[in-house]
Design a protein around this ligand. Structure first.
Ligand SMILES: NC(=O)C1=CN([C@@H]2O[C@H](COP(=O)(O)OP(=O)(O)OC[C@H]3O[C@@H](n4cnc5c(N)ncnc54)[C@H](OP(=O)(O)O)[C@@H]3O)[C@@H](O)[C@H]2O)C=CC1
Ligand SMILES: CC(C)(CO)C(=O)C(=O)O
Length: 325
């Protein structure tokens, strides 16, 4: 089984290192100093205080790697549409594309059934680049739970978690989903195949939708913003608007908003990825995490006053920092 991880930074590097360690046929697409370091020295994973360096196939040229059984995309959401055409050499007739990206996935309305079947999402797939360039039938969904970072070029530090939930858009336990799940499990990762992946997408998205922009606007850690009564109320209002949208789309939430916010507080003094991106002058995943939910609000005729307000503020914050909004 040939697996290529496209955009092998923190999450893709972590998954790639675990697969390589287990002897899988895995290659990574990366760029810049991180790629150069992996090509020169291999990929180093720091996990549980132990550092392991592995030889790895890494390239910035998909032509060199050729068609794959699985292409696992672990780019930031906004980085995907511009590189769909560059990914084509990795894609053969049987290739499965796994979308390991936070936020509402571009394939959300594929095989959902009902009147919204096939609806495209401009916020996450402008110009239908992924819908047309991959084709939704190739897609296997993925919710990414681990936290990791690129400690220095070529070096991935695992922070916590090892679950990558997988799910077919139609909820089936397909052969391709089960085979990937087995390969990831053999690498020591948890990769359950879920019949209702969209439910998990929303529980994760609840946090990213609200905690991420609030942290970037206030520079507060998760612990602080989830316990401060004012910002907790803003997060709650955003999450309740999202819940109304999701339930109209058939989602069942296994927990309530208060428990989700308490879970955020329990993570402690974490600076969300959006705050880290803002501080580092990198584009933030605003459209995938917040704009997409506003778009789903329009699609389901749901009012989203708090999401609209926070989205306007975070977009302006990005603009003032000279970043894409
Ligand atoms: N990190 C985490 O703990 C978690 C992340 N996620 C989600 O996972 C996804 C990936 O995040 P993360 O791993 O943190 O992101 P990273 O930025 O660490 O990884 C993406 C990598 O792709 C590279 N890249 C970008 N464009 C290209 C290109 N055209 N060709 C080759 N390489 C490219 C980037 O290089 P460069 O640095 O030069 O841009 C970077 O190394 C996001 O959606 C994120 O929200 C989810 C859970 C936790
Ligand atoms: C906020 C958190 C921890 C989960 O909601 C996250 O995923 C992020 O920092 O992007």
């Amino acid at each position: 089984m040939k697996i290529c991880i496209f955009g092998a930074g923190a999450i893709g590097g972590y998954m790639g290192a675990k697969l390589a360690e287990a002897g899988a046929d895995v290659s990574l697409v990366a760029r810049g100093p991180h790629l150069a370091a992996m090509q020169a020295n291999g990929l180093t994973l720091i996990e549980d205080g132990q550092s392991t360096t592995l030889p790895i196939t890494a390239s910035d040229d998909p032509e060199e790697l050729g068609p794959q059984d699985y292409v696992i995309i672990t780019l930031k959401a906004h980085s995907v549409p511009p590189v769909v055409s560059r990914m084509q050499p990795l894609i053969g007739p049987e290739t499965t594309v796994v979308s390991g990206v936070n936020g509402v996935p571009w394939w959300y309305f594929h095989k959902i059934g009902g009147p919204l079947e096939g609806t495209r999402l401009r916020s996450v797939d402008p110009g239908d680049a992924q819908w047309e360039g991959f084709g939704p039938d190739r897609v296997l969904g993925c919710v990414v739970y681990p936290a990791a970072e690129v400690a220095e070029p070529g070096v991935i530090r695992h922070v916590e978690g090892n679950r990558f939930s997988l799910g077919e858009p139609d909820g089936s336990k397909s052969e391709r989903a089960l085979a990937l799940s087995k390969a990831l499990a053999a690498a020591g990762l948890k990769a359950p195949v879920r019949p209702r992946l969209r439910d998990e997408i929303w529980v994760k998205l609840w946090g990213n939708l609200s905690f991420n922009p609030i942290s970037a606007l206030t520079h507060a850690t998760l612990e602080v913003l989830c316990t401060d009564p004012g910002t907790r109320a803003v997060a709650r209002a955003m999450m309740l608007e999202a819940q109304t949208i999701a339930e109209k789309l058939g989602v069942k939430f296994p927990i309530d908003v208060e428990r989700r916010i308490d879970g955020g507080a329990a993570v402690g003094a974490h600076r969300t990825s959006m705050l880290q991106d803002l501080d580092a002058g990198r584009p933030m995943e605003i459209d995938a995490l917040v704009g997409s939910v506003q778009e789903l609000g329009r699609v389901t005729s749901t009012e989203t006053p708090t999401i609209d307000t926070v989205l306007a503020l975070i977009r302006l914050r990005a603009k003032s920092a000279g970043l894409p909004a």
